[in-house]
Ligand binder design. Structure first.
Ligand code: DCP
Ligand code: MG
Length: 587
């Protein structure tokens, strides 16, 4: 068992994680730890099929006893008892097979879900920005479920019914070897038809899974953007788009059903019964076999019903499961560009930050940061200003390697950020984003997010420092108040103070506050101002802001324009030298 060796932001070690690019091998390696269950399924399947074949054999014997002159009724009771007991044992074996398959299916689902979740957490922001959430959700829920169904009923019935064919071959020669002709012809046609069926089925099940993923992507996006959609009165258009997506899912399901319906196996089963019966009767007429053998043989032929019936959908279940496995594995193996650099520097930060000729562009995009250089001493406060789209947020995200730069160097304490151990780097840098995300948990859980071990007192102290304490106490539940999804019950200013409280608790050496919202009433503004100056004390702080009061008291001001530094210096210097800067203050 090897752990993932693809570059990951965070490699989370756990057993049962494998490194594969081929879905078949991947599934096999997941199944390997449960070999004992597979043995149980196979033993159950063999026993079940053997005892199913035993009934027609006994029936044939009973028939022979009855048609003797005089009929020998004494064998009937023992035969009945044997049939009864054997079918009870068969029930137990069948239970073992079904139970084993279900157990296996659930274990597989759990392991694969764990592996997928861990790999998603380990992926870079570049990946998460590009990968639609709805599609990921479809893969993490439905596709994982399909892999479960692949084992039960899929593999369960395929193995179970295959054994019925084997038992037919085992029992038939007992009556006459030539009676094997019909089962042989049937089996050859059955497998040839099956192979062709599966070959046409695979692209269709791929299509079914893919259209389902697309539909989910669209659904999750329109729910995320429901406010925008309603605001623009676009419900109608969105419904139309959804309907057309749903229609594609339906169409692909229908074409799968169509193919399943045209599958030839049922037809050849009828032909096998007819052919087998004629053959047995001819042998009987020639005196080669007795009447009991005809009866038993016909009963044995009926064993073919199970494999024929299940093959129309048990194999397509496996086909769907493999399509899903490919989709899950594709997601797991999608490249992530960041390397966590596990062996990198882990020491305590002082908080010096230097940019040396840094350029950066998003994947397949124009450069959004170009040739940026500056140096900040430990404990300084820096204001980054500039118009919307100037690259302020992007610049800040290069500091903790949310994204890796394209060229140049970002150094912290004189060490390139790529030389730092990523976990050590990020745990000492705290970025409060423009769009603050709160989890649907209690306020105290949200505040303690970066430090789950925090005590109640610590949480309260952090909230007091970030000016959040007062408004939290105004809620009926206080700190236990559960935030609605995405924090909709809190205002922008309140959310910001919760995020600041988070930062107080984790006590980072570098704090980045992306605060581009400016429309806040002056009382709140005042509180936030105080919270920020509390937070900035004793650590290197970057503030991205439009608020003049905050800009003014910064040690250094960086004016960004179209990804470049337009001006840099203190307030007084810039007022003298920068036309662009002094214009901000004149307005
Ligand atoms: N950009 C992108 N992909 C992203 C984020 C941004 O291509 N995931 C582009 C959009 C802009 C440029 O990068 O053209 C700079 O975006 P920023 O978010 O860095 O800009 P600001 O933070 O300066 O803008 P604002 O003040 O609106 O927050
Ligand atoms: Mg921004």
């Amino acid at each position: 068992m090897s752990s993932i060796s693809i570059p990951a932001e965070f490699t989370l070690h756990r057993k049962n994680i494998y490194n594969h690019t081929n879905a078949n091998q991947w599934i096999v390696s997941h199944a390997r730890p449960y070999l004992w269950i597979i043995v149980m399924i196979i033993v159950g399947a063999i026993g079940n099929a053997a005892l199913a074949a035993y009934v027609p054999v006994l029936t044939g014997d009973a028939f022979n006893a009855m048609i003797q002159l005089p009929p020998d009724t004494s064998v009937l009771l023992p035969l009945a008892i044997i049939i009864g007991v054997s079918q009870i044992i068969r029930g137990v074996l069948q239970l073992g097979r079904n139970f084993g398959a279900e157990l296996m299916a659930q274990y597989m689902e759990r392991d694969i879900r764990d592996e997928l979740y861990l790999s998603l957490l380990g992926k870079s922001m570049t990946f998460h920005n590009l990968q639609p959430v709805g599609d990921t959700m479809a893969r993490a829920t439905n596709d994982v479920r399909e892999v479960n169904f692949m084992f039960n009923p899929g593999v369960n019935l395929v193995v179970g019914s295959f054994m019925f064919i084997v038992m037919l071959f085992a029992a038939t020669p007992r009556y006459h070897p030539s009676l094997l002709i019909t089962p042989t012809i049937f089996t050859i046609i059955y497998f040839v038809a099956l192979a062709r069926y599966l070959k046409t089925l695979a692209p269709i099940t791929d299509e079914v899974r893919a259209t389902f993923g697309d539909m989910n992507t669209h659904l999750s996006e329109s729910l995320d953007g429901v406010e925008v959609m309603k605001g623009a009165a676009q419900e109608g258009a969105e419904v139309d788009r959804f309907v057309s997506n749903a229609r594609r899912v339906r169409d692909s399901f229908v074409s799968q059903g169509d193919l399943e319906g045209r599958y030839i196996a049922m037809l050849i089963l009828g032909a096998a019964y007819a052919g087998g019966l004629v053959h047995a009767l001819l042998l009987f007429r020639a005196g080669t076999i007795d009447l009991g053998a005809v009866i038993a043989y016909f009963g044995l032929l009926r064993l073919l019903e199970f494999p024929t019936f299940t093959s129309t959908w048990a194999y397509s279940q496996i086909s769907s499961g493999m399509s899903s496995a490919r989709r899950i594995l594709e997601l797991i193996n999608m490249e992530t560009r960041l390397d966590q650099n596990a062996s990198g520097l882990t020491s305590d930060m002082r908080g010096e930050v230097e940019f040396r000729g840094v350029s950066f562009s998003y994947p397949a995009g124009e450069p959004v940061i170009q040739d940026v250089s500056f140096k900040i001493k430990q404990g300084q406060t820096v204001a980054i200003v500039g118009q919307t789209g100037a690259g302020k947020t992007s610049l800040a995200k290069l500091i903790n390697r949310t994204y890796d730069i394209t060229s140049g160097q970002v150094l912290i304490d004189g060490v390139d950020v790529r030389e730092w151990n990523l976990a050590a780097l990020r745990s000492q840098i705290s970025i409060i984003e423009q769009d603050i995300f709160l989890f649907s948990r209690s306020l105290s859980d949200n505040i303690a997010f970066g430090k789950p071990s925090a005590s109640k007192d610590e949480i309260t102290a952090a909230s007091v420092a970030s000016q959040a304490h007062d408004f939290i106490l105004e809620f009926d539940q206080g700190y236990a108040t559960v935030v609605g999804e995405r924090g909709v019950t809190l205002s922008g200013g309140q959310r910001q103070r919760i995020a600041l409280a988070r930062a107080f608790l984790t006590d980072p050496r570098i704090l980045v506050l992306d605060d581009s919202t400016s429309a806040i009433d002056s009382a709140t503004e005042d509180k936030i101002q105080r919270a920020i100056s509390n937070a900035a004390r004793g650590r290197t702080t970057f503030i991205i802001t439009h608020r003049l009061s905050q800009i003014r008291w910064a040690d250094l001001i960086i004016v960004m324009r179209k990804g470049r530094i337009a001006a840099i210096g203190t307030h007084d210097e810039l007022m003298k030298t920068s036309e662009a800067y002094s214009r901000i203050f004149r307005e």
